[in-house]
Design a protein around this ligand. Structure first.
Ligand SMILES: O=C(O)c1ccccc1N[C@@H]1O[C@H](COP(=O)(O)O)[C@@H](O)[C@H]1O
Length: 200
């Protein structure tokens, strides 16, 4: 079954929502974003999180020492690198690593072959923005991609398009942030609809 990651939790209410709805993963954004959390707030949120839900930290071109400090402090299960991190950088961690690739055209996939990571996350290329854009990429571009780890589909997913994304991309995991928000905040009903669609 396709697993689910809900990204960008930043309020205690968000934690209550996911504890009730039980996605497989949740994401805490440590990169610059309207969803950014710092180490101490993330720790406080995580104290209330159901232990069965895996914790993903989202980073963008951050020093390795800083990433490790946050990962230790929060007990992160997965590190998601969403910037221009090089293959060598991604190999330098003891934890599971997912690398995000921003898809624009066929050439966007050439770079992917240089990485040996546990997860390959496909997000939409948006000029001047590294993630959380709420925009989709042409999924057909990724139908035959070669990869040696998990495939994580991201970028503009929501309850009304996620089944089509699963049909075309056959991902191991679907990742959503903007698509389960209302007025910039996570919304319980949108999260529930998204999760129901994936699991129906
Ligand atoms: O969500 C963010 O604010 C964010 C900021 C910086 C890097 C990545 C970020 N989130 C990731 O973006 C994709 C797509 O999100 P969306 O569903 O299109 O809003 C997803 O992988 C998030 O983990």
């Amino acid at each position: 079954m396709t697993k689910i990651k809900i990204c960008g939790l930043k309020r205690k209410e968000d934690i209550q929502y996911v504890n009730q709805l039980q996605p497989d993963y949740v994401g805490f954004v440590f990169a610059k974003s309207s969803r950014q959390v710092d180490l101490s707030w993330a720790r406080e949120l995580i104290q209330g999180l159901d232990q069965h839900i895996k914790k993903v930290g989202i980073f963008q071109d951050m020093r390795k020492e800083a990433v490790n400090h946050i990962a230790e402090g929060c007990g992160l299960d997965v590190l998601q690198f969403h910037g221009d991190e090089e293959p060598e950088y991604c190999k330098a961690f003891q934890r599971e690593v997912w690398k995000a690739f921003r898809i624009k055209d066929d050439e966007s996939f050439i770079q992917m072959q240089q990485y040996a990571v546990a997860g390959y996350l496909l997000d939409t290329y948006t000029a001047g923005q590294y993630g959380g854009s709420g925009k989709t990429f042409p999924w057909e571009l990724a139908v035959n991609i070669k990869r040696t780890g998990l495939l994580i589909a991201a970028g503009g997913l929501h309850a009304d398009n996620v089944r089509e994304a699963i049909r075309i991309l056959k991902p191991d995991i679907v990742d959503v942030s903007s698509g389960v928000e209302k007025n910039g905040l996570k919304n319980f009903n949108k999260m529930r609809s998204f999760i129901e669609k994936v699991r129906e």
